[in-house]
Design a protein around this ligand. Structure first.
Ligand code: IVH
Length: 699
């Protein structure tokens, strides 16, 4: 009789029938949620999905006592389709720089000594702990109680996964001992190798998705909208850092680690406090050897300066701390057959050769494509279709073709000829001369610009990507389809999609709910920071760090646009201001000017600007500081700190540090033996401060 229950109206169900029906609905909705959110392959139209949710709600309204613990109406976030709520990190969650060999580790230590101006005798204690290959999370405790957990997200904003994190057995919900009122613990959620294999066996038996590696399994399990699924997944947590805290945890990392352990956290082991390069390298070698016997995957060793006051002084560059580095293990390699070479066209027109391979498992991941980098690399390695090649993969890096196994080359294999026309639009593909080096660019580029469909689509994909406009529900797949069917041809079109909601609803894979979600996601991005806006334009060589610099320097979109357009003239003061920004060289300046010299690009930008509200760049950190927003140039020898430290401190106080003096300079800080910059400052009437005066000014 169960089959016909679905047809009985909610008002006519008996309590027994209602309970059964709620169970069926919970299971069905969970199933569709998973297909929709995790597999990106919904099986039913949204309208059918909505009908299930509505029926669930109607029955629950009639039988409030029967609402299940795992009811779809009670899941994380409001409606299940709305996904996770956002959480802003009070202190950003950073990533780590990498070191791949001994020389890079030595350089890491030398840089710290230089920055802190330490004598050769002064020992620098560095804590070395394994780098766990999992997913990072931030846990907020107030008065010792776990109140919120979040993913890293883009480092500034993550997703609220509190309900899922609560299901982790070794995550303390209440802390022990003397605990700061506010304590944000950061660490890694991971799955052990044996548990991962058992999970995959269960998944396979149930006809469900199997995961490529423990990291993916941990990530997939944490991102479940239904905490019940997470409960069933074997996840663990290691604590290795902290965010906001209301009281310090000690003077050194080693002390802080002891406190964390006392609170009830499990730490990354085996860790060791080292006092020299040799000790660090010995620990690295030991861990590399013990790697197979550890129950979880590690992909390197993290080195962190032990003294917390030094960590504070060292601060951050872009998104990684100066006081830590990840010393990665060598990449894993394997041999396989190269079946074909395909050439892809990227956002900036670069032609990238991709190797299509006989699928092979490398380091626990199945690899079927690998990058061949560019034309010269193919020639240098003499890679030919039909060759057996050595490929390698390290961490999240795209797998690469390392070399050819010449003994296995089939007879008659011909040298590869790189195309000189764009494989997508047929325009000429050329290698430009780099203005800085005077040499040919490594990349051959399509000259078609936006008439090349590949470039146009790739630019749009970049535009909606996570670090740019970050429009949820509008991924690569949707952009390709919308572009093909002329719903979106330029960024501005995305903000006009509302007028075409009906058309979209009628498309396969879309329904009222998902279109409503998309429209909400688009609306949410009508306000955007200038740095993201600039990054989203996809100008060659303008990555996130450069975009942030530009936003800080030009402050408003109007100011930026005007200055860039004027900077197209190399003799202009605007060009001089641009190259004076520390971190913008002539090559980047040329790409910026080149972008704005094209009328077409200016039109696209203006069209977009009319649709959105660009927020002026926020001066970071202490906006109350007397130097916030000011442009400072350091010159000569400073006594009290190195130039790098002076620059880092100025930036932390919201100042912009430039490399040369221009009209825009507010202060020149002149140490001993200051030369031509002091003269130029005097000519331009720029205030010149001694080191002491500068320190007084910033307090
Ligand atoms: S410290 C501010 N220590 O690696 C520095 N990170 O590639 C915070 N990770 O995002 C990171 N084990 O998710 C640190 N022992 C460890 C780690 C570790 C794994 C992860 C972490 C980080 C990523 C950077």
């Amino acid at each position: 009789m169960t089959a016909v229950l679905e047809e009985v109206p909610a008002e006519e169900l008996t309590p027994e029938q209602a309970a059964k029906e709620l169970e069926r609905l919970a299971e069905a909705i969970r199933h569709h949620d998973r297909l929709y959110h995790q597999e990106d392959s919904p099986e039913v139209p949204d309208a059918d999905y909505d009908a299930l949710s509505r029926r669930n709600a109607a029955i629950e309204a009639r039988f409030p006592d029967l609402v299940r613990a795992d009811s779809p109406s009670r899941r994380v976030g409001a409606a299940p389709v709305a996904g996770f709520a956002k959480v802003r990190h009070n202190r950003p969650m950073l990533s780590l720089g990498n070191a791949f060999d001994e020389a890079e580790v030595a350089e890491f230590l030398a840089r710290i000594r230089r920055f802190l101006n330490l004598s050769d005798e002064e020992p620098v204690a560095v804590l070395a702990e394994p780098k766990i290959d999992g997913v990072s999370a931030s846990l907020r405790y107030e008065k010792g109680r776990f109140i919120q957990g979040a993913t890293r997200g883009d480092g500034t904003t993550g997703e609220d996964i509190t309900a899922n994190l609560r299901t982790l057995g070794d995550l303390p919900k209440e802390l022990r001992g003397r605990i700061p009122d506010i304590l944000e613990i950061r660490g890694e959620v991971y799955m052990r190798r044996d548990e991962f294999q058992a999970l995959n066996a269960r998944q396979e038996a149930a006809g469900e998705k199997v995961f490529a590696n423990p990291r993916n399994a941990a990530a997939g399990s944490l991102r479940q909208l239904d905490p019940q699924i997470t409960t069933a997944r074997p996840l663990h947590f290691f604590a290795y850092a902290w965010g906001e805290i209301s009281a310090p945890l000690g003077a050194t990392l080693a002390e802080a680690r002891d406190r964390l352990e006392d609170f009830g956290f499990t730490l990354n082991e085996p860790a060791r406090l080292c006092r020299s390069l040799e000790e660090l390298l010995a620990h690295h070698r030991e861990l590399a050897e013990r790697r197979p016997e550890l129950p979880y995957d590690i992909d390197g060793v993290v080195y962190k300066v032990d003294r917390l006051d030094w960590q504070e002084r060292l601060g951050f560059v872009s998104r990684a701390p100066r006081w830590a580095v990840a010393h990665k293990f060598p990449a894993e390699q394997a041999e396989t057959l190269l079946k074909a070479i395909e050439v892809q066209v990227g956002r900036t027109g670069a032609l990238t050769p991709v190797a299509r391979l006989e699928p092979i498992t490398v380091g626990g991941v199945v690899v079927s494509n690998a990058t061949l980098h560019n034309e010269d690399e193919i020639a240098r390695k003499d890679v030919r279709v039909g060759d057996t090649v050595v490929i390698q993969r390290a961490g999240d890096v795209i797998p690469q073709v390392v070399s050819v196994v010449l003994d296995k080359r089939p007879r008659g294999a011909k040298p590869y000829r790189f195309p000189i026309v764009c494989p997508v639009c047929g325009s000429h593909a050329v290698r430009e001369i780099n203005p800085t080096t005077g040499r040919e660019d490594a990349a051959r580029r399509c000259t078609g610009g936006l008439i090349c469909p590949a470039q146009a689509v790739e630019r749009l994909k970049h535009f909606v990507s996570r670090d740019a406009f970050d429009i949820e529900g509008l991924g690569a797949k949707q952009i390709e389809a919308f572009w093909r069917d002329e719903l979106v041809k330029s960024p501005g079109d995305i903000f006009r999609l509302k007028a075409r909601a009906e058309e979209i609803t009628a498309r396969e894979g879309w329904g009222e709910q998902s279109v409503a979600n998309l429209m909400a996601a688009v609306e949410a991005r009508r306000h955007i920071g200038l740095d993201r806006f600039i990054y989203a334009l996809g100008i060659r060589q303008v990555g996130q760090a450069t975009a942030r610099l530009l936003a800080l320097n030009y402050e408003t979109l109007a100011g930026f646009r005007e200055a860039m357009t004027a900077a197209a003239e190399e003799a202009s003061p605007e060009y001089a201001d641009l190259v004076a920004i520390d971190g913008v060289g002539p090559a980047v300046a040329a790409d910026l000017a080149g972008f704005f010299a094209e009328a077409h690009n200016r039109e696209i930008l203006d069209d977009l600007a009319a649709q959105v509200e660009v927020e002026a760049a926020a001066v970071p950190a202490a906006s109350a500081s007397p130097v916030a927003g000011k442009t400072v140039v350091f010159t000569g020898t400073l006594e009290r700190m190195t130039r790098s430290e002076a620059k880092a401190r100025a930036e932390a106080l919201g100042a912009k540090v430039a490399g040369s003096v221009s009209r825009k300079t507010d202060y020149l800080v002149a140490g001993a033996a200051a030369g031509s910059k002091a003269k130029k400052a005097a000519e331009l009437g720029v205030a010149t401060l001694s080191e002491e005066e500068w320190l007084d000014l910033i307090g």
